[in-house]
Design a protein around this ligand. Structure first.
Ligand code: PHE
Length: 349
């Protein structure tokens, strides 16, 4: 019995080895593989007689048939690779394909100039110890106005400036008109010391022209701790401006007004284009200075609204327009250049 089986194994081996060798295409090879070691293949069928053998015979026949199965499988695999390669080569030989030619040129993407500008600013701020904070674009009136000490009759709440979103159930929502609401959201969650920067998109009912856009970007800064003074604000913002415009940049602080800071200042930088020497400078319009941001000492009412005791803590805050700083430092005269996404302009940065 066992001798007979061994003979059959030998027969299968020689038969399929030569057939595999002679095979000319992948399809025939597949059929051959099914016939040999498929679910109903010759070898598989033969293996079924294993159960009728004695234990001794099983010990001989089992390993032999397994070895053959492994051998045939690898022969099929090798032949398959050989046939596939031959098919590819044949295909390649039919066409005039020059694989040594360089590839077609393609456009590489780059960072948007606004993203570049924002990153430069946040990089400097993070070196000054400010950490990221975020707030929602759709704000409630409380965070955008009330908590910031902006009274109900303040012109900034006027329909001219603010996109209101009617809310039939509660008070209206607004598209945030500045990033200052993040000050409130942060102070509600966290007690001093606080040192955050909050970059992001803001919205105002302005029509698009060379210097206005209904959607633009700001970066808010807030520092609250014991004994924070205007001197800290002046030092940090001077360092920031010099980081942005170079060590020689001149910074000027002008008195101003914001409901949520007292005192308030406007921060100007000496025009980097004419250095204040050109009466006809198109960038600073001959004034020699360029307004960069609003800032000030956080109003005690704002701290109180966030359950922070103004007798113990004080802070400074600032808010700047990313577009404005980017236009100034990159020499871009029209804000629309940022949004029209003309590749010829964008790729210059
Ligand atoms: N939120 C002000 C604006 O949008 C800027 C500002 C921020 C001023 C923080 C003072 C302090 O104009």
């Amino acid at each position: 019995m066992i001798e007979e089986l061994k003979n059959k194994l030998n027969l299968i081996e020689t038969n399929y080895t030569s057939k595999i060798q002679a095979c000319k295409n992948v399809k025939d090879l597949q059929d051959l593989q099914v016939a040999a070691i498929g679910r109903k293949g010759e070898l598989t069928e033969l293996l079924k007689s294993l159960k009728d053998l004695s234990l001794e015979e099983k010990k001989i026949f089992g390993p032999l048939s397994n070895a053959l199965k492994i051998k045939l499988s690898s022969l099929f695999e090798a032949k398959n690779a050989e046939l596939e390669n031959a098919a590819i080569n044949e295909e390649l030989n039919k066409t005039d394909l020059d694989l040594t030619l360089p590839a077609f040129p393609f456009n590489k993407g780059g960072r948007h100039p606004l993203a570049i500008a924002q990153k430069r600013m946040t990089d400097i701020l993070s070196k000054l110890g400010f950490i990221w904070a975020h707030g929602p674009f759709i704000e409630d009136e409380y965070h955008n106005f009330d908590a910031l000490n902006i009274p109900a009759h303040h012109p900034a709440r006027d329909m001219q400036d603010t996109f209101f979103i009617k809310n039939p159930h509660k008070s209206d929502f607004v598209l945030r008109t500045h990033t200052s609401g993040v000050q409130i959201r942060t102070m509600q969650k966290q007690k001093p010391p606080i040192r955050i920067m909050a970059p992001g998109r803001v919205f105002r009912k302005d029509s698009l022209d060379a210097t206005h856009s209904p959607v633009f970007h700001q970066i808010e800064g807030l520092y609250v701790d014991k004994n924070v003074s205007l001197a800290d604000l002046k030092r940090d913002l001077t360092v920031f401006m010099q980081g942005l415009f170079g060590k020689k940049a001149e910074v000027r602080f002008r008195p101003s007004f914001f409901p949520f800071t007292e005192p308030s200042v406007e921060v100007d930088v000496k025009c980097v284009f004419c250095e204040g020497k050109d009466k006809n400078c198109p960038v600073c319009k001959g004034s020699g200075w360029k307004e960069m941001m609003g800032a000030g000492i956080v109003h005690p009412n704002v701290l109180r609204n966030c359950q922070i005791d103004p007798e113990v803590y004080s802070g400074y805050a600032f808010g700047m327009g990313v577009e404005r700083l980017a236009m100034f430092s990159l020499g871009i005269k029209d804000i629309r250049a940022f949004y029209e996404n003309d590749i010829r302009i964008l790729e210059q940065f």
